[in-house]
Design a protein around this ligand. Structure first.
Ligand code: SAH
Length: 215
């Protein structure tokens, strides 16, 4: 099925961006990318008409695309710059990866469900986003491609995986929701070879869990 981005879609998306601004999302490159990437391309057909509502939606395999505010908030915490080399854990639909690609980042992303990995590959290639997608266990990161300037985890982690901290450059940051039922969005700065500092934490996020092993 050919994907079409109508004037109506563009209009609904612009309204979504205004709502993000009214909730204090300020980073213009993040807002511009959200304005340009058709979120409805990343949803199953049953949810197309809701694509520009401020909700998370099922994407198959019992997983969800994060709500737009969460995508914007996590992206803003990363303060992505063009050419940043960024690792994402939890590709899901590929939407977050598309936002970072649009900003000009060099994106690597890992997904543990084969079906989602394949769907995301298609979604991203339809938009000519050349993110590097991997089917595997994000707990392990991507040692062969490390180090990364920044790492973003889009599933709730019960603890911060050590491999991810290790695979950051010194001065790099990790944005990760930590906790079981609810998560605290946590920003960690790598200050030295074995030194890390929690820069900030924000309450009340709800993600699907970060789980070990591929499916
Ligand atoms: N960023 C996604 C939303 C992802 S939901 C988007 O933009 O659509 C979280 C995703 O993390 C799910 O697809 C889930 O399967 C994946 N996931 C959970 N644990 C993982 C792990 N250990 N490694 C890789 N992916 C994982």
């Amino acid at each position: 099925m050919k994907k079409i981005d109508t004037f109506r879609d563009k209009g609904l998306r612009a309204q979504m961006v205004e709502r993000l601004k009214s909730r204090d999302i300020r980073n213009m490159s993040v807002l511009n990318a959200i304005n340009e990437i058709p979120r409805h391309f990343f949803l199953d057909s049953a949810f197309l008409e809701f694509a520009y509502k401020d909700n998370a939606f099922p994407i198959g395999c019992d997983q969800t695309i994060s709500n737009p505010y969460t995508v914007a908030f996590q992206s803003e915490l990363l303060s992505p710059s063009p050419k940043d080399k960024i690792l994402e854990i939890g590709t899901g639909s590929g939407y977050q990866a598309a936002i970072l690609c649009k900003i000009g980042c060099k994106v690597y992303s890992i997904e543990r469900f084969k079906d989602l990995y394949l769907k995301a590959k298609k979604n991203l290639s339809d938009l000519k986003c050349n993110a590097n997608l991997f089917y595997g266990d994000g707990y392990l990161g991507l040692p062969n491609h490390a180090p990364f300037d920044k790492i973003i985890v889009t599933a709730g982690a019960s603890e911060v995986p050590f491999a991810l901290k290790e695979q950051l450059i010194i001065g790099g940051i990790l944005v990760i929701p930590v906790g079981f039922e609810d998560q605290k969005m946590t920003v960690i700065l790598k200050t030295g070879k074995d030194n890390y500092e929690v820069l900030s934490q924000y309450n009340d996020f709800k993600f699907v869990p970060l789980l070990r092993e591929k499916k």
